[in-house]
Design a protein around this ligand. Structure first.
Ligand SMILES: Cc1ncc(COP(=O)(O)O)c(C=O)c1O
Length: 530
């Protein structure tokens, strides 16, 4: 049988069409119709120019990707025109995009909330744009970090107004790489060495602190104010010794720590500052975005965070280009070479280096200046992240609105709760709403949390509570006869959070109906307690 390959332009009577597929061993053709209206703005259509034809230049035309027919091949007459595979790909891509939109709208559209449905504390919020971006990236099949990743890195850095963002596979990896970078020999005298001390806080997420220990340094825990969740900066001086070299801590649940005090302290004593901005993308301090004040900062793109790409994170390098190269080296196996994946010889002297005790001209691609990891995400994740980034301003507004609503709803019950407070001068993009049950309240945190959870309303603790009481920290051995960490004061604030705080979600997927239900549940609980 005469074959009609995909891309061939065929004529059926007076109608032209493009073959998309051969069915029934070529007896039937799936075709898309060629339209003559070149001005069509219909999103179903693709306009083809002369470069889209591999053979016999064809006049520009419009293909309606949704107007397809199955025709008997015996009815079709071949023309001498064939589309390039790229043009055929554009037709298929548009068809897939349209189906992805239909799929997402029918399968993933949020359903109206009914009491008894799960109220998440955080989750991904997305529409067809993220799904289409992910699929398009799969169709590109670049897979490893590439064009989408580069674009995301630039877009995130531009949003933050900083020099570089480096994509990694999680917020925890971002913290590990940011801290690891400070230990690089490339920093000369400013390099952190084992035994150096790093000031941090005890209440929070463990992977803000773990890298300090993993690199043989010593975390020095200062306490937090339970209402802001952030460092009691008046303890900074008490924590400082000759070995203090850095401050690394998180803006708790989106609430900026006192950046005036911390940046002044770091400047005065020439300390590195790493801001864990994983829960705070979009928060402002004196009108400037958090994550832009220190030397480096980190992001997480795990689903409950301000934007998501599934798994993922970023190290933001605020000013110093050498830190970017070090972070990339650590992320990419520790290599000295900085070529993008799939590229060779960006430095133009690939075989002209002599480093370490390697022979002169040893391939730069395989020269390692750090003890590195492999921590890149996929390009598909970055494609999804780019769509999320466009939504960030709306997400931020929703987080602030939802937090304000919960704050207003808890306000009448202040005799039972101490309520969270934004740090003076800040405009947080909140990660959660964290009240503290007052010591004299006629109920415990556990009872209230159980009540919320029984009504399918998710609650969370402030992550690890007081980290110094976690098994992983209690199990740490002394290092060279020195304790594995130091504690300033009694950490009463961190313990208060560990014992009495919990948080509810404020993420943009929550509607007024969800928030009403959360507050009704609170009222029901308090009424039941008299
Ligand atoms: C403050 C903080 N830092 C780091 C992380 C780790 O991020 P990831 O889960 O992407 O590793 C989290 C996780 O939620 C976090 O809350």
């Amino acid at each position: 049988m005469d074959s009609f390959s995909a891309g061939l332009v065929v004529r059926f009577g007076s109608q032209l069409a493009v073959v998309l597929d051969n069915l029934d061993a070529g007896r039937t053709l799936l075709v898309a119709l060629v339209e003559s209206d070149l001005s069509s703005q219909d999103p179903d259509t693709i306009t083809l120019g002369k470069d889209d034809f591999a053979s016999a230049p064809f006049q520009p035309c419009v293909i309606n990707t949704q107007k397809t027919l199955r025709l008997s091949s015996s009815e079709g007459a071949k023309t001498s025109s064939t589309l390039t595979s790229a043009a055929l790909g554009r037709i298929f891509r548009r068809r897939i995009e349209i189906d992805a939109r239909r799929f997402t709208q029918s399968v993933h559209s949020p359903m109206p909330f009914e009491p008894g449905d799960q109220v998440h504390y955080g989750s991904r919020v997305f529409d067809e744009k993220e799904v289409q971006a992910g699929i398009n990236s799969v169709l590109d099949f670049w897979l490893t970090l590439g064009p989408q990743g580069n674009a995301f890195q630039h877009e995130l850095a531009r949003y933050l107004g900083i020099r570089f963002s480096i994509l990694v596979n999680s917020g925890s990896s971002a913290n590990l790489l940011a801290f690891g970078a400070l230990t690089s020999p490339k920093l000369g005298e400013r390099r952190l060495r084992p035994g150096d001390e790093v000031i941090t806080v005890a209440a929070g997420f463990p992977t803000t602190v773990n890298p300090v220990i993993q690199y043989g340094c010593v975390p020095v825990f200062i306490d937090v104010d339970p209402l802001t969740g952030n460092a009691r900066v008046e303890q900074l001086e008490d924590a400082r010794t000759e070995r203090t070299r850095a401050v690394m801590m998180a803006h708790t649940l989106g609430n900026p720590f006192d950046l005036d005090a911390v940046t002044a302290f770091c400047k005065q004593h020439a300390l590195w500052l790493v801001e864990d901005n994983c829960d705070s993308l979009g928060s402002l301090y004196h009108g400037k975005l958090t994550g832009t004040f220190g030397d480096m900062s980190t992001q997480s793109f795990y689903p409950p965070h301000h934007i998501t790409m599934g798994e993922g994170g970023a190290v933001n390098v605020i000013r110093e280009a050498r830190l970017k190269l070090i972070v990339e080296s650590l992320r990419d196996w520790g290599r000295d070479c900085w070529c993008d994946p799939g590229k060779d010889n960006t430095c133009n002297k690939r075989f002209k280096w002599q480093l370490g005790q390697l022979p002169a001209g040893y391939d730069h691609k395989y020269i390692y200046s750090h003890l590195g990891y492999s921590m890149k995400p996929l390009d598909i994740q970055a494609a999804i992240g780019r769509e999320q980034l466009k939504k960030l301003p709306d997400f931020t507004a929703a987080r602030r609105r939802n937090w304000a609503r919960l704050a207003a709803g808890f306000k009448p019950f202040e005799e039972f709760f101490e309520l969270p407070e934004p740090t003076p001068g800040s405009e947080p993009s909140w990660f959660g709403f964290m009240p503290l049950v007052r010591p004299g309240a006629p109920f415990t945190r556990r009872e209230l949390v159980d009540f919320f959870e029984a009504r399918q309303i998710q609650t969370r603790m402030l992550f690890g509570g007081d980290l110094t009481r976690q098994p992983a920290y209690l199990d740490l051995e002394p290092v060279n006869g020195r304790p594995p960490f130091r504690v300033i004061g009694d950490l009463a604030g961190a313990d208060r959070i560990m014992n009495d705080a919990f948080f509810l979600g404020v993420y943009p997927g929550l509607t007024d109906t969800h928030l009403d239900y959360m507050l009704e549940t609170l009222t029901d609980f308090l009424e039941a307690r008299g």
